[in-house]
Design a protein around this ligand. Structure first.
Ligand SMILES: CC(C)(COP(=O)(O)OP(=O)(O)OC[C@H]1O[C@@H](n2cnc3c(N)ncnc32)[C@H](O)[C@@H]1OP(=O)(O)O)[C@@H](O)C(=O)NCCC(=O)NCCSC(=O)C[C@H](O)C(=O)O
Ligand SMILES: [Mg+2]
Length: 291
């Protein structure tokens, strides 16, 4: 679980050129929204998309949902102008695609600062190229503004010359390396998108796999993916109830001078209490989000 107390179970991409989707997003049960200026926008629509996205981010109206602007890479014809406009709009985060070094993060950060991005605007990094994955630790450690890794499994599968398979064995090493680096530096780590909108069982299975691997949430491409994702990445009522009992039992044990206790026949130590507290905190943050 990330150190962030903001629920990031479901983070939905939408093309920056699609004003209708950005309006609809104000009513959707997404924890975060990625307003995309990169791959979902055709070159001839980039400038208009930038205007739409930055106007929407500045105006708000998205409630407690986090707003993230995905800019084009700084080595493209659009990247710098995207960052300058996004910095002024002040979203919760700017998402940089295809990050491969700390130097790229520093370049983005300098441009954000020069253009008045508030301290609260974080940097999110797309992890989606072989070099980027190999540099995951360097990127995670590059700046306190870096707050989240987002797996870009479509680009990664392409670059690895791998195949999209149900249980994602071809990308498992890459997912694991980013999780290791993200966890080591206290970042949120979000799983990549599932492209097959027709396969509901397969989608749910990939959410469960992502949760079991340790991801905080998943990036999505369509509103129909929100409900199963929110459900899988939220602690269940039973988990929350058990977690509360773990916390209580351990507090009681400590008062009695003991460092371990049995709850429902299972050994509970301090590390289990930490996990239990994180689950309860996440459940409370989710409830607060829905209020
Ligand atoms: C995939 C889509 C093009 C399908 O769109 P559409 O045909 O409009 O779908 P529906 O008719 O089923 O839509 C029903 C209503 O939902 C709204 N809608 C659809 N998608 C979204 C969305 N993403 N966000 C918000 N709202 C959405 C429609 O407007 C309909 O509303 P209404 O008019 O009221 O009925 C489309 O879903 C889409 O464009 N998805 C996002 C694609 C995208 O952003 N791709 C880029 C990011 S993925 C990526 O790049 C990952 C990474 O970099 C990597 O390498 O892995
Ligand atoms: Mg990509």
């Amino acid at each position: 679980m990330s150190q962030s107390l903001r629920p990031r179970r479901s983070v939905l991409y939408m093309p920056g050129s699609n004003a209708r989707a950005q309006e609809k997003a104000k009513t959707l049960a997404a924890d975060g929204l990625i307003l995309d200026l990169e791959d979902a926008v055709a070159p001839n629509a980039k400038a208009e998309a930038r205007d739409i996205v930055c106007r929407n981010a500045a105006e708000g109206g998205y409630g407690k949902r986090e707003i993230i602007i995905r800019v084009n890479g700084l080595d493209t014809p659009w990247g710098r102008e995207d960052v300058i406009a996004a910095a002024k709009a002040g979203p919760d985060a700017i998402l940089l695609p295809k990050v491969e070094s700390a130097a790229q993060v520093h370049e983005l950060e300098a441009l954000m600062t020069e253009n008045g991005a508030p301290e609260s605007t974080k940097i999110w990094c797309m992890m989606e190229t072989p070099l980027g994955i190999l540099k995951a630790e360097e990127i995670a450690a590059s700046s306190p503004r870096v707050d989240c890794f987002v797996m870009g499994t479509s680009d990664l599968v392409k670059d690895l010359r791998a195949h999209h398979t149900a249980m994602r064995l071809p990308v498992i090493t890459s997912l694991g390396l980013c999780l290791l680096a993200g966890r080591a530096y206290g970042l949120t780590v979000l799983d990549g998108v599932s492209l097959d909108l027709a396969d509901e069982d397969g989608f749910r299975a990939s959410c469960v796999q992502g949760l079991e691997l340790g991801f905080d949430g998943k990036t999505l491409i369509h509103p129909k993916q929100l409900a199963p994702t929110n459900e899988v990445f939220a602690p269940s009522e039973e988990e929350v109830e058990y977690s509360r009992r773990v916390i209580e039992a351990f507090e009681q044990a400590e008062k009695e001078g003991k460092g371990v206790v049995l709850v429902d026949g299972k050994l509970v130590e301090n590390l289990h209490v930490e996990l239990a507290k994180a689950k309860v905190a996440l459940a409370e943050a989710i409830a607060e989000m829905a209020a």
